[in-house]
Design a protein around this ligand. Structure first.
Ligand code: PMP
Length: 342
């Protein structure tokens, strides 16, 4: 049986959160003299600390309750707060599977939490038997699974995610930053069933709002209340909130752009496979390809010389680069450059 209280840091359980002016009064009065704001200007008032309008739209979009949503300053905030809520610094541990998104490790180090990193197998899948042994360790409070995984591009099987949720007494964060590009199902529909699941998504990728910094966590009411307790009071600016609201109201544009990216992805895939310098294009459920080339450092440098920047992942996976799907023009430039490198 999973018990939330056993995985929340005692200091967080005891924490009496900061009560902001907008917590104490949020109605529609006409004179607000409670928050030491400036009466002049356009951005002079503090934003809604709980982002109600955005959450209402998201709840409809995703088929969840408003109380099952947390909005972060990017999903990097969702990751950081998970450490701060569930892992006692210097004592508790967390687990992830490499190669994966680098921020889990950075966030763990910032929070002085030991992050155990088990290798994914040659198909970048989780070794289920090794995992079963691992999660017997009671110090592990948090597991991060990235699906589709960055930088490998593959989905992690939902059955494996379910089996972790069943066996693990801690919290599983499924990072779905790239799920909108994927043909696979989100784990969101599991949050009603599994009280130890957090699904993290973002407006930075398929929604095209990386500059706005809006990340989302979907989880049980109880977990969301913990997030609300620990977050800075006004963690998401009104500009961020409005940007996300605007994009949610224009779903046609979202669909059109996503389709365009997926079409470009198919076009790039075909060309990459014909190039001599390419040894393997890994299957991708995201908006990037992990590509094995003959010499990643050299290919990377040659592309830099042509003013094209890709991500050199050679240190993580030998001779691999990660290429984001760009616009038609950007992809044309990339393909011309790769052809000229030979
Ligand atoms: N998760 C993954 C897997 C990512 O690749 C990224 C961004 N590169 C993030 C989370 C963070 O996204 P953001 O903070 O922009 O929401």
């Amino acid at each position: 049986m999973f018990e939330l209280n056993r995985v929340v840091r005692p200091s967080i359980q005891k924490l009496k959160p900061y009560s902001s002016a907008r917590d104490e009064y949020s109605g529609s009065a006409s004179v607000f003299l409670d928050a030491n704001e400036n009466p002049f200007g356009e951005l002079n008032r503090y934003p809604d600390p709980y982002q109600n309008e955005l959450k209402e739209l998201l709840a409809k979009e995703k088929g969840v309750q408003k109380g099952q949503i947390f909005i972060g300053n990017g999903s990097d905030e969702v990751i950081d707060l998970a450490f701060r809520i569930f892992c006692e610094p210097g004592i508790d541990q967390a687990l992830t599977f490499a190669p994966t998104y680098g921020m889990y490790n950075v966030s763990a180090e910032i929070n002085n939490v030991d992050l155990i990193t088990d290798p994914l197998n040659e198909n970048f899948e989780i070794d289920v038997d090794a995992l079963k042994e691992r999660i017997k360790n009671p110090l592990i409070k948090l597991i991060f699974v990235c699906s589709p995984n960055n930088p490998t591009g593959n989905l992690i099987d939902l059955n494996i995610i379910k089996s972790i949720l069943q066996d693990f007494k801690g919290i599983l964060v499924v990072d779905e930053a790239y799920i909108d590009f994927s043909s696979g199902d989100s784990a969101i529909r599991l949050i009603d069933q599994y009280p130890n699941l957090i699904v993290s998504q973002t407006f930075s990728k398929a929604w095209g709002l990386a500059a706005a910094r809006v990340g989302v966590a979907y989880a049980s009411d109880e977990i969301i209340q913990l997030y609300n307790k620990v977050k800075p009071p006004y963690n998401v600016s009104i500009l961020n909130q409005q940007a996300a609201i605007k994009s949610l109201r224009n779903k046609e544009e979202f669909d059109r752009r996503r389709r365009a990216i997926l079409e470009e992805k198919a076009r790039l895939h075909k060309v990459l496979q014909t190039l001599d310098l390419v040894e393997k294009v890994y299957p991708s459920e995201a908006n990037f390809f992990l590509v094995k080339v003959k010499d990643a450092n050299q290919t990377y440098e040659e592309l830099v010389n042509r003013k094209i920047i890709v991500r050199n992942r050679n240190k993580v996976i030998a001779n691999c680069i990660r290429i984001t799907i760009g616009s038609k023009e950007e992809n044309d430039k990339l393909m011309d450059a790769l052809k000229s490198i030979g």
